[in-house]
Write a protein of this length. Sequence first.
Lengths: 523, 377
Amino acid sequence: MMIDSTVVELSRWQFAATALYHFLFVPLTLGLSFLLAAMETIYVTTGRKIYKDMAQFWGKLFLINFAIGVATGLTMEFEFGTNWSFYSSFVGDIFGAPLAIEGLMAFFMESTFVGIMVFGWDRLKRGQHLAVTYLVAVGSNLSALWILIANSFMQTPQGASFNPHTMRMELSSFTDLIFSHDAQAKFVHTSIAGYVTAAIFVCGVSAFYMLRKRHTELARRSFRVAAIFGILATLGVITLGDALGFVGGQAQPTKLAAMEALWKTEQGPMPFNVVAFPSQKDQTNHGELQIPYALSLLVTHSVDGSVPGVDQLEAMAKQRIRNGIPAVQALQTLSKNPEDQTALATFRQHQDDLGYGFLVQGYQHDLSKVTDADVDAAAKATIPPVAPVFWAFRTMVAFGFAMLAFFILAVVFTLRNNVERRRWFLKIAPWMIPVPFIANEAGWLVAELGRQPWTVYGVLPTWMSASTHSVTYMVFSLAGFVLIYSAFIAVEMFLMVRAIRRGPDDHGDHKPSPALTTANAEA
Amino acid sequence: MEIYLILKVVWWLLLGVLLMGLAVMVGMDMGVGTILRYVGRTDLERRVALNIIGPHWDGNQVWFILGGGAVFAAFPLIYATAFSGFYVVMLLLLWSMIVRPLGFEYRSKMPSARWRNVWDWSLFISGFLPMLVFGAAIGNILQGVPFHFSWNLTSYYTGSFLALFNPFAILCGVLSVALSSMMGALTVMNGAEDAMFQRARKLVMVAAAVAVVLFALGGVWVHAIDGFQLVSGPSGNLAQTPMQQTVTQASGAWFGNYSAHPALWLVPLVGFAGVIGAALAARAGRSHLGWWSGALGWIGVIGTVGAAMFPFMMPSSSEPSQSLTLWNATSSQLTLTWMVGFTVVFVPLVVWYTSWAFYVMRGKVKPEHVAADEHAY
C-alpha cells in the first residue's frame, strides 16, 4: 500500500506554509519579550516613568504579535498527528517527549504570566511585575529550546534506536537527545535571531517616530536600548551560525553540499562559491564566483580540509540503500513472526541502513524487484534541491551582515547622541524591518529543505511519513489554511500598523484614549 | 516488580488528569465564549465577561496543548491514529480554536460595533465547536472507530467524515457543551455582578439540568451499544504492538468493569452529585462553591468513561483485535520514566503559580474599570 505522491507533496506544502507562517511571529515574541524586560528593568532600577511607558507601549505591539503566534502554534501541534501520522507513531517515543516537556515547562509559564503581565500592572509591586515580565521572556525562550531539541532529532538523530518488537524508533538515551550539539547551536542561533528581529523592529518604529518628530523622548530611548541589544545579538547570531554550519557540516553532509552547491569532491583547500547557478539535472554549476580556501576554512576550520561533494555522497548512498534492503525485508518477516531468529540477526546486521531501505521503497514497493535504476534514482534523491537551499543560505547570510552594518551605525549614532540629525539613516531604518523576517524564513528553508528527502535524517524518508489521506482532503485543508491565514495576517498587519501610527500617546496615564471613549459611548 | 506495567497505568491515569484539567480549565473559558452573547447584552457587559477570563485563558489553554503533547509523548500510536483518522473534524476543531486568541486580543482594539460583533461570533464558535467536537470524539471512541494497521503500523482510517456525527456522538457532544457552558456561567458569576450575575445564575441551572439528563441518557444508551472486551493478549508488562491480541465485541460490555468492581459506581455518582451540587450552589448564589462542585462533576463524567473503557483507549470497530489499549499504545519504558519525572516536578509548580495568578486577579471585574483600563480586552 503506497501513499499517493500527490498527497505527500500537498502535505509538505501545507506543513511548510503553516510553519513558515508561524515562524513569522515567533522570533519577534522571543526577542521583544526580553526587550520589554530590559526596559522594565531600567524603570524599576531608576524609577523613571518614561521606561514604564516604553514597556507598556512595546508591550501592546508585543501582544498583537503574540496572539497570532499562539494561534498558529496550535496548528503545528495538530499537524504532526493529522498529516504526518506515520512519522508521529514511528518516532513519537522520542520526538513527543520534548514537545510535552515544552508544554509543561515553558508554555504554562509563558502563558500564565503573560496574562498577569498585561492585567497586573496595578495589582503587583514593581519588583513583582518585573519578575513576571522576565518569566514571560524566559518561558517563551524555553519553549524555543524544547522545540529545537525536537527539531534537532530530525536533523541529527541521536539517543534513539529501532525496536523490532514494537516496529518503531525508541529512546535509548534521554541525555543524548537533549544535549545534541545541533540542538545547542541551533537554539542559541535561532533565539538570538529573534532578538535581532525585535531589535530591528524597535529601531525601525522608533526611527519612524523620530523622523516625524513624534514621541521623540520615548523613541530615542527605545532606539538606544534596541540598538545596543541588537548589535550584541547580531554578533551572536553570526558566530553561532558558523558553529551550526560546523556541526551540521559533519552530521548532514548532503545539506552542506546543497548549501555550497558542491557537486564534485576535491582535495582541500576548497574554494567557496559566493555566487553560482546550480543545475540539479546536470549536477554542475553554470557560472561560479569563488573565494579560494574559504570553504575549507568555514566548514572544517582548517586550511586544507576536504568536504564531500554530491558525487561522493551519492556513491555512499547507493551502498547504504543496498545494505538497507535486507533490513526492511527482515522486518517484514519479523512482523509476521516476531520469534524468527534468522530474520532478527539479519536485521541487526543491517539496521543502521534501515532508513535507506525505506527510501528505495518509494521507488519500488516490492523490495525483491528493486533494479539498479531504482537504486540510482533513490541515491539521487538523497541530495536536497540544491538551488533553493544554496540561495536561501546566501540570502540569510547577506541579510545578516546587512543587519550588522545597520547596528554598527545605529550604535555609533545613538552613543554620540546625534541619531535624530541623521535623517537619511532614520529614513532607511523602517525599511530594515522586513530584513530579519526574510532572513529567518530563509534560515528555516536551509534547515528543513536541506534535510530532504528525510523527515528524520537518514532514518525515515519523507514519503513514508505522511498520513494516508485522499487528495480531496488535502486540497480542502490547504484551501482552508490559505483562507484563514490570509485573513489573519491582514487583520494583524492592520492592527499593528494602526497601533504604530497612533503611537504611545493613547498609552500611559495622560488622557483617556479616543478608542475607549467611543467604545463607552456605544455601550 | 512489573515496572513497565505500572508506568503504563500511571500514564493512563495522568492522561485522565490532563483531560480533566483540559475539560475544566479550557472548558470554562470556552463556556464563557459560548454564552457570551447571552450573559452580556451590551458591549461593556461582554467586555466584563471577557475580562473575567482575560488574564487566564492563555494559561488555561495550555492544558489543551499539554494534553496533545502528552498523548504524543506517552501514546504516539493514539496521537497518530486519532488525529489523522478524525482529519476533517480535527481541522474544524483547530480552525475554530485558532480564532480564539485573536478574538480575545483583537476584539476591543477597534471601536466599531460591526468589528466587535464579528469577533463575538468568532468567540462563540471557538467556544461552542471545540467542546462539541471534544464530546463527540469521546462518543465515537466509545462506539469504536474504523481503523486498521499495515505490517509496519501505518494507520488507515476507513470511515467517512459524516459518520462521525452519529446520534450518540452528538449526545456526548451536547453533554460536553452543556458542562462547559455551566462552568462558563459559574465563572461569570464569580467575576460579575448585578444583571450579568443573575443571567449567569439562570444559565447554570439550565445547563446543569441538561447535563444531568444527557449523562443519564448516555449511560442507558451505552448499555445498548457494543462494548469491547480484551480476550487475550501479551502481558501488560511487555513491549507490544496492537497486532498481538484478541478482542471481541458485546452489547453492554462497557459495564463489565462496573460489574466486576462495584465500587466504581462511585465515579458516575460523583459526576451526578457534582453537577447537581453546582446547580444548587448557584441557586443559593454561592458561585465559588458551585464552580468547585461543577469541576468535580466534570471529573466524575470523564472518569466514568475511563472506568468503563479500561484498558481500551481507542477501540477499532473494523478490526477489533487491532484496538489500541494502554498496554499496546504506550511509549517505551524509558520515555515513560523520564516523562513521569518531569510531570512530578512541573505539574505541582504549574498548579502553584496558576493559583497565584488567580489569587492576584481575584475579585469582581467592575464595568467602570474595564472602560477605563486600556490593558483590558
